[in-house]
Design a protein around this ligand. Structure first.
Ligand code: KMH
Ligand code: ZN
Length: 308
C-alpha cells in the first residue's frame, strides 16, 4: 500500500469551548496546535476560525488572519480552508476568507442536509459562554445548505478562480453521485480527494459496513480517479479511521471531529491524536506522506501561490 495522508482538523465549528479546555480558540492557540500537529505528521491542516473573544465559530477573514500567516511561516503543511464554516453561516460568509487567500485546498460539502448537534446537550456541563447552549439547541431545526448551485459556485469561485483543489466532504452515498454529476459537467477534474464523513446526525452512521459500501460505490463511480479519506465523529474516530488506513485509504483526525484520545479521556492537543494515528498506520506498514508528497498526489498548486 502506498503512502498515507494524515489530515488534522484543528477546531471546527461543532464543539464548543466548554467541552474541552484543549480546543484551540484564539489565533495563537490554533497556530501553535497546527504547527505541532504538522510536526507530528499531519500533511494537511483543515482550518476553521473562531472569535477569540468567546470561541464562537467565525468566518471572518480577520479571524482567519489571526493564524494563517503564522501557520504558513511555521509549517510547510497544506493549509485547507473550510468552506463549510458552520451551518448557521451564509455561503458568502463561508467563502469570504478562502476567496481572499486562494488556498491550495478547501473543503466542499456535497449536499444539503441536517446537522444536528443537540445530543451533545445531554451531558451536564458548566457552560462558560452564553451562546453555547442556544447554538446547540437550535440545531434541531437547522439546514446545512449545500445545493447544486452552491457547489457550482464554490467550484467556480475557488477552483476555476484560484486553482484551489478540494476535500470533498461526503456524508452519504448521495454525495458521491453529486460529485460524479459535477465532474461529468466538467466543473472539476480528477484526482478527487473524497472525505467520507461518519457519525454526524444527519449523515451516515459510523458502521463499518457503510465504509465498505462507500468504497464499493466510489470505485464504481470514479475508478482510479479518486482517493478516499475517513473522518468519524466522537468516539468512533479512531476505530473507523484505523479501518480506512487498513483498507488503503487516508485519514483525518483532530479536535474538530473528536475531543478524546481514548474512552472518556480528553485529548490534550491535536498533535496527540496525530501521534496516535501515526503509530497505528505505521504499525499497519504504511508510510506517512510529507506535505510535498501529498501536494504531488493531489495535484495542488503549491504554497507559493497562496496569498499569505
Ligand atoms: N465538521 C465535519 C463533520 C467543513 O468544514 O467543510 C465536516 C467538515 C465540514 O469539516
Ligand atoms: Zn471542517
Amino acid at each position: 500500500m502506498s503512502g498515507i495522508i494524515i489530515t488534522c482538523a484543528l477546531t471546527g465549528s461543532i464543539h464548543t469551548p466548554s467541552m474541552s479546555p484543549h480546543l484551540p480558540v484564539t489565533g495563537a492557540e490554533i497556530a501553535e496546535q497546527g504547527i505541532a500537529a504538522a510536526r507530528a505528521g499531519a500533511a494537511i491542516l483543515h482550518l476553521h476560525a473562531r472569535d477569540p473573544a468567546d470561541g464562537r465559530p467565525s468566518a471572518s477573514p480577520e479571524h482567519f488572519m489571526g493564524f494563517l500567516p503564522q501557520l504558513a511561516a511555521g509549517t510547510d503543511a497544506v493549509l485547507n480552508l473550510s468552506t463549510g464554516g458552520s451551518a448557521v453561516m451564509t455561503l458568502e460568509d463561508r467563502l469570504a476568507a478562502p476567496a481572499q487567500v486562494g488556498p491550495e485546498m478547501a473543503s466542499l460539502n456535497m449536499g444539503t442536509m441536517n446537522f444536528a448537534l443537540y445530543p451533545m446537550l445531554e451531558r451536564e456541563r458548566n457552560w462558560r459562554h452564553d451562546w453555547e447552549r442556544p447554538f446547540l439547541e437550535a440545531s434541531d431545526d437547522l439546514v446545512f445548505k449545500n445545493t447544486p448551485r452552491d457547489i457550482a459556485h464554490v467550484l467556480d469561485r475557488l477552483g476555476r478562480g484560484h486553482g484551489t483543489r478540494f476535500e470533498f466532504e461526503c456524508y452519504d452515498l448521495s454525495h458521491l453521485y453529486m460529485l460524479r454529476h459535477v465532474a461529468d459537467r466538467g466543473m472539476v477534474a480528477p484526482p478527487f480527494f473524497i472525505q467520507f464523513v461518519f457519525g454526524v446526525l444527519g449523515g451516515m452512521g459510523p458502521d463499518p459496513e457503510n465504509l465498505t459500501h462507500m468504497v464499493r460505490i466510489a470505485d464504481k463511480l470514479f475508478g482510479g480517479d479518486y482517493l478516499f479519506s475517513v473522518l468519524a465523529a466522537g468516539r468512533h474516530q479512531m476505530p473507523l479511521v484505523s479501518m480506512a488506513a487498513a483498507m488503503g485509504g487516508h485519514v483525518r483526525v483532530g479536535l474538530e471531529d473528536s475531543l478524546t484520545i481514548g474512552r472518556g479521556r480528553l485529548a490534550r492537543s491535536n498533535a496527540e491524536q496525530v501521534e496516535k494515528i501515526r503509530a497505528i498506520v505505521e504499525a499497519l506498514g504504511r508510510t506517512v506522506m510529507t506535505p510535498d508528497q501529498a501536494r504531488g498526489t493531489l495535484g495542488l498548486k503549491g504554497a507559493a501561490l497562496v496569498a499569505l
